[in-house]
Design a protein around this ligand. Structure first.
Ligand SMILES: [Zn+2]
Length: 165
């Protein structure tokens, strides 16, 4: 779960979204809860148009980051043992890092296995289905195109519109 907020350019209301998903899959066209005006928030990703977040399809990314965290943990552990044994002190930074790096490494490991096992792929398919559902709305597709999104031909009605490339 991620929390995001954005300010409506029409009326200035701060719109808050408490339940957007981690990868911010959703419509980049936000509708103001107060005035109903539409505005763009490019942090959101419409998977049927922009594809999936690369972090959900690349297991090696997590493998590498996980390994780096594990290596840093060992380094800090060696440093911690050195300062406690030879210099008679340890610092809060060392303790914080000794807690943080293993958590990060385990988190990466979990994500790695979620991608490898196809669980992430399943979630992506769910988000893609929701995205395709939104793209059935002709007005919505038109709004995306008007805002510079390259919407695939199959989502554009009658194919009369040429959006380059
Ligand atoms: Zn507004």
């Amino acid at each position: 779960m991620t929390y995001s907020e954005n300010k409506c350019p029409h009326c200035g209301k701060m719109n808050r979204d408490f339940f957007c998903n981690t990868w911010m899959y959703g419509s980049p066209i936000r509708v103001c809860k107060k005035c109903g005006g539409k505005y763009m928030d490019r942090r959101y990703r419409e998977p049927a148009v922009q594809g999936f977040d690369p972090r959900t399809t690349d297991p090696d990314l997590y493998k590498n980051v996980g390994l780096i965290c594990a290596a840093l943990f060992i380094l800090v552990l060696v440093w911690y043992r050195f300062t406690t044994r030879n210099l008679g002190y340890y610092s809060n930074y060392q303790v914080a890092m000794l807690i943080m790096f293993p958590i990060a490494a385990v988190g990466c490991l979990i994500q790695y296995f979620r991608i490898k096992s196809g669980k992430m792929q399943k979630e992506n398919e769910k988000y893609l289905a929701e995205s395709e559902e939104r793209l059935k709305d002709k007005q919505y597709v038109a709004d995306l195109i008007a805002n510079g999104y390259k919407v695939l031909e199959k989502y554009i009605d009658n194919g009369g519109q040429d959006n380059g490339e």
